[in-house]
Design a protein around this ligand. Structure first.
Ligand SMILES: [Zn+2]
Length: 69
């Protein structure tokens, strides 16, 4: 692996994606590790932060109703 690939880099993640009307105001931006950013979009696609949170809450409620700790 080349050296530059090991270097940590930071990305600006848009909490409301630009493609969905999100702006580049600092309140809509999250500085995030580049590799984590790739993983975020692999898992959560183009969801807004609120959509990600409600998705995770639905998962938690579903698991709680199964009686799983
Ligand atoms: Zn992003």
């Amino acid at each position: 692996m080349r050296r530059y690939r090991k270097r940590k880099w930071r990305n600006k993640h848009h909490l409301v994606p630009r493609s969905r009307g999100g702006n580049s105001h600092y309140r809509n931006l999250l500085l995030i590790d580049g590799e984590l950013h790739i993983d975020w979009h692999r898992v959560f696609k183009n969801r807004t932060l609120d959509e990600v949170i409600s998705l995770l809450e639905r998962v938690r409620r579903a698991k709680a109703s199964e009686g799983v700790p």
